[in-house]
Design a protein around this ligand. Structure first.
Ligand SMILES: NC(=O)c1ccc[n+]([C@@H]2O[C@H](COP(=O)([O-])OP(=O)(O)OC[C@H]3O[C@@H](n4cnc5c(N)ncnc54)[C@H](OP(=O)(O)O)[C@@H]3O)[C@@H](O)[C@H]2O)c1
Ligand SMILES: *[C@@H]1O[C@H](CO)[C@@H](O)[C@H](O)[C@H]1NC(C)=O
Ligand SMILES: *[C@@H]1O[C@H](CO)[C@@H](O)[C@H](O)[C@H]1NC(C)=O
Ligand SMILES: *[C@@H]1O[C@H](CO)[C@@H](O)[C@H](O)[C@H]1NC(C)=O
Ligand SMILES: *[C@@H]1O[C@H](CO)[C@@H](O)[C@H](O)[C@H]1NC(C)=O
Length: 335
């Protein structure tokens, strides 16, 4: 038996509450030495911290595709680790594997057939990319744009991205450009992040929603209106963007992070006046869930890795141990 550390859910913030560190608890437990046929023993390397996890802190997630975390039980999410010992035919010691329901613990015994074997060469050894630009985050940005964005190369389209300094947003702006948008404007909450995505990630302009009037800035920065809106946040920011969208334009309904601490359905309806505008201008706002596109996963990951290698897709510096800066939030264990 070895002693391992794990993170369990200690309490729930409540459907209308802001999560606090005390909602989680670290504890030590023992992990058996013996594994049975089909199992592998893994050492955790990286864990992804994601907005959807807020709904898993509730007793009822309000979504049929996520189950709630249970009190005093280990929490889980996207993770990557290395195989220490295997009794599953298709995996051997040293293999790098990923799983969407990786337990937040230093070591674990998992069912081999559930794990995805990852090729480190695809990401030039930057394994954490498999949780970011070369993982669910990159897939969300790419497939959201491809399936819901209606980007037409040469059509001189303007794209606006909210949550633009986040993991999905910073990629979405760059991919929007690669797919053919001619102007990309991002919205985020600090001047530092605004300047990074303009100077390093090829966005044309940025709006700091905490300091500037979003409607006025959009009017200035998108003189021909908005054709594609990659929406990560919802709320007032999105109301301002939708009001400046063109006829027959498209919202990519990626997420609504500004609403996640509120007890509202997903996706939350637009306020009546904004919904009127949306209908009158025939603006699409369809549900998008990356998990419904897993048949496109392999080819899309190859595309994303190719762009990263070519330097066409810049990947945000990872934040570790919750010191959030920009790009993907990842916890690193065992390093
Ligand atoms: N549809 C899907 O399949 C799918 C898959 C993955 C993710 N998502 C969604 O995509 C969105 C972004 O996820 P991510 O992984 O990129 O998250 P992330 O890296 O944590 O980024 C989230 C960003 O949102 C901004 N933000 C936080 N609270 C906000 C508020 N109240 N108002 C405005 N902005 C706020 C933050 O930056 P600032 O404070 O600087 O604004 C942050 O950069 C989330 O809504 C998530 O649920 C959807
Ligand atoms: C191992 O992988 C092969 C090819 O991907 C597959 O056909 C086979 O079922 C796998 N074996 C097990 C035990 O899952
Ligand atoms: C493209 O749009 C910009 C405004 O975003 C406008 O200034 C420019 O004239 C347009 N170009 C063409 C070729 O339509
Ligand atoms: C932003 O500017 C618009 C147009 O000038 C104005 O109607 C609105 O009240 C302003 N919003 C805020 C929050 O100041
Ligand atoms: C409304 O938008 C949809 C989807 O883009 C399009 O198929 C349809 O032709 C549009 N309707 C009108 C009246 O333009």
């Amino acid at each position: 038996m070895v002693i391992i550390q794990r993170v369990v859910l200690n309490s729930r913030p409540g459907k209308n509450g802001v999560p606090v560190a005390e909602n989680f608890r670290m504890e030590e437990v023992t992990c058996p030495d013996i594994i049975t046929e089909g199992q592998v023993k893994v050492r955790t390397l990286y864990l992804s911290v994601d907005p959807y996890m807020r709904s898993r802190m509730n007793e009822d997630t309000g979504r049929d595709y996520f189950i709630p975390w249970q009190l005093s039980e280990v929490v889980d999410g996207g993770g990557i680790g290395v195989v220490d010992y295997s009794k599953y035919a298709n995996l051997s010691t040293g293999d790098i594997v990923g799983f969407f329901n990786w337990p937040w613990q230093t070591k674990a015994i998992l069912d081999g057939k559930l794990l995805q074997k990852l090729d480190p060469q695809l990401v030039d050894g930057h394994l954490s990319h498999f949780l970011g630009a070369a993982g669910i985050t990159g897939l969300t940005s790419l497939l959201g744009i491809k399936d819901k964005g209606h980007v037409i190369p040469g059509a001189n389209q303007t794209m606006v991205v909210s949550g633009a300094a986040g993991a999905c947003g910073s990629l979405a702006g760059q991919i929007g450009r690669l797919e053919g948008c001619s102007r990309v404007v991002g919205i985020c909450g600090t001047d530092e992040k605004c300047s990074i995505f303009v100077s390093e990630m090829g966005f044309d302009a940025a709006i700091n929603y905490k300091k500037e009037n979003v409607s006025e800035q959009l009017h200035k920065l998108c003189p021909t209106g908005v054709d594609v809106y990659f929406d990560n946040v919802g709320g007032d920011i999105s109301d301002a963007v939708v009001s400046q969208m063109n006829s027959n334009s498209h919202i990519i309904l990626c997420g609504q992070i500004s609403q996640y601490n509120k007890d509202v359905p997903f996706p939350p309806p637009l306020p009546p006046a904004v919904e009127e505008i949306r209908k009158a201008r025939n603006i699409t706002r369809e549900r998008f869930l990356v998990l419904n596109y897993m048949d496109k996963q392999a080819a899309s990951i190859l595309q994303l890795c190719h762009w990263i290698k070519e330097g066409k897709l810049k990947v945000g510096t990872e934040s570790i141990h919750f010191s959030y800066r920009w790009g993907k939030s990842i916890v690193i264990l065992n390093k």
